[in-house]
Design a protein around this ligand. Structure first.
Ligand code: NDP
Length: 489
């Protein structure tokens, strides 16, 4: 059996070793998941809620341990990892508490043509859900799916990124402490091949979080078995700063939103469009704040290393391409790429078609552009194949601008606030994917609606029978004309 070794990208120190799942072991894993799922589903909402809240409590008690492990495998500063784990705890709490309200069987209003039937709606778990996670938020991203999927009554087989297996295993081990009876949450380790095998394994639904390119491969694999997919993919999020914004708050949010986790955040700010009249002031503040950040590993660091070594040349190439097209680096630049680190880089005068303005950079690089009007800011922000999140700073028009952005989520006078709002759905549009985790929609994403209609009386007008007469059909026409024939009624 081959082993996967994870290491700290800042120091190279080994973090853990895990057996790689051989794809032939998947059928027994899925089978074990199916048996566990039946037991889990039969527990009902109240029992599942109790256990999920215990899991949440365990994570809260041991959150610094989780954060240390995240920090060790990704290189992100421990304080940033704590913020990540906190959001995941919120997701567990919310899903556990709200699953019954959102998914419990209910009666639904009957409608006229079938007035004789009582309408019942149930949300049933899919069965075994496959969850494939990325390395950049190795607790929050899987937990967003796990929380909804488990609360809805599914079992889960989770494949963490090969860069963060220890975090994935830690989560599954903690869950097993509160749910020791059956393997409701199983973890399998390995690279993309193992992920692809999970897509083809016969899971009943697949929740993928990762890059848009891999998302396409996941879709192709799942298409073979018509396995439904949730796709949480990449982003190129924009921030818009209006002329009446609180500039200190906007600059602070821009620096954190763009540079947190060294820019390796799916919904991190990568592009900033600023009202021309406040542009210079805003840029000065952002540069001053960003240049004071510490890059490194260990206590005191604000930005850690680039976790995925192969991203370093991508970041460098995007900066080089922008500079070659006439952009200027007002902070950082090509020299900022000093493996395994990239120092904060702020680019101006970047042509809209440059890769750094269009493609995910996934590094601490901000592109700041002045705009003559807010309409132009919206046009440029929407000029992207991605549509994950966004941020708007301003007073009078901020909410209206938020409404015009083609994204799944927007923070107003804040940044990434939707990442902590477990009651709202998370997800994007366009190349950022489809489907939702978290919130009511997230719970429904992991349940299949089942409609049952129970006849309670003879039909008003017999129609679903060959025994209907010409008179019945004429009555049906008359009734439909009366019920639906007048547009305003
Ligand atoms: P990848 O797409 O490289 O990998 C994501 C996961 O998919 C990993 O577990 C990976 O395994 C696995 N995988 C790789 N190939 C396949 C395959 N053919 N079939 C099935 N699974 C496969 O993304 P990263 O891990 O590099 O994460 C960064 C990306 O994730 C960024 O684009 C970021 O924007 C996005 N992201 C999106 C979020 C969202 O909510 N929209 C949240 C967080 C990140 P392995 O690691 O072993 O290769």
């Amino acid at each position: 059996m081959t082993e996967l070794t994870s290491s700290n990208p800042g120091t190279g120190a080994e973090v853990g070793r895990f057996p790689v799942a051989d794809p032939p072991i998947l059928p027994p894993v899925i089978e074990a998941g199916r048996a566990a799922q039946q037991w889990w589903a039969e527990l009902g909402f109240a029992q599942r809620r109790r256990r999920l809240l215990r899991f949440r409590a365990l994570l809260a008690e041991r959150m610094t341990e989780a954060a240390d492990l995240v920090s060790a495998e990704t290189g992100k500063p421990t304080a940033e990892a704590v913020v990540e784990v906190a959001a995941a705890i919120g997701d567990l709490d919310w899903s556990a508490r709200h699953a019954r309200r959102v998914l419990a069987p209910r009666r639904v209003r009957r409608v006229l043509p079938v007035a004789e039937g009582a309408a019942h709606l149930a949300y049933l778990p899919y069965g075994v859900v496959g969850v494939i996670g990325p390395w950049n938020y190795p607790v929050l991203t899987p937990v967003a799916s796990l929380a909804s999927a488990l609360a809805a009554g599914n079992a889960v087989v989770f494949k963490p990124s090969e860069l963060t297996p220890a975090v994935g295993q830690w989560l599954a081990d903690r869950f097993a402490e509160v749910v020791p009876e059956a393997p409701v949450l199983q973890v399998i380790h390995g690279d993309g091949e193992v992920g692809a095998a999970l897509c083809r394994s016969g899971v009943d639904k697949l929740s993928f979080t990762g890059s848009t390119a891999t998302g396409r491969r996941v879709l192709e694999a799942c298409a073979e078995t018509l396995t439904p997919v949730v796709l949480e993919a990449g982003g190129k999020d924009a921030m818009i700063v209006d002329s009446d914004a609180d500039l200190a708050a906007a600059a602070d949010a821009c620096v954190w939103g763009g540079l947190t986790n060294a820019g390796q955040t799916c919904a991190g700010i990568e592009r900033v469009y600023v009202a021309a009249e406040i542009y210079d002031d805003f840029l000065d503040r952002v540069v001053a704040q960003a240049s004071g950040l510490t890059v490194g590993t260990g206590p005191g660091a604000d930005l850690g290393p680039i976790t995925l070594p192969r991203q370093l040349p991508v970041i460098r190439e995007q900066i080089a391409d922008a500079l070659a097209r006439g952009a200027q680096a007002v902070l950082g630049g090509l020299d900022a790429v000093a493996p395994p680190y990239v120092h904060p880089t702020i680019l101006v005068d970047v042509p809209a078609e440059a890769d750094v303005a269009q493609e995910e950079t996934f590094g601490p690089v901000l592109v700041v552009t002045p705009v003559p009007t807010m309409a132009e800011a919206v046009r440029l922000a929407n000029q992207s194949r991605y549509g994950l999140g966004a941020a708007v700073f301003g007073r009078r028009r901020a909410l209206a601008i938020a409404g015009q952005l083609r994204t799944g989520m927007v923070s107003v006078n804040d940044v990434l606030s939707f990442a902590g709002m477990s009651s709202l759905p998370w997800g994007g549009v366009g190349a950022s994917g489809f489907g939702r985790v978290r919130g009511d929609d997230g719970l429904r994403e992991f349940a299949r609606p089942k409609s049952v209609v129970v006849r309670q009386a003879p039909s008003l007008v017999p129609s679903r029978t060959f025994r209907r007469t010409d008179r019945d059909v004429a009555r049906l026409v008359a009734l439909y004309r009366r019920w639906f024939g007048r547009p305003m009624r």
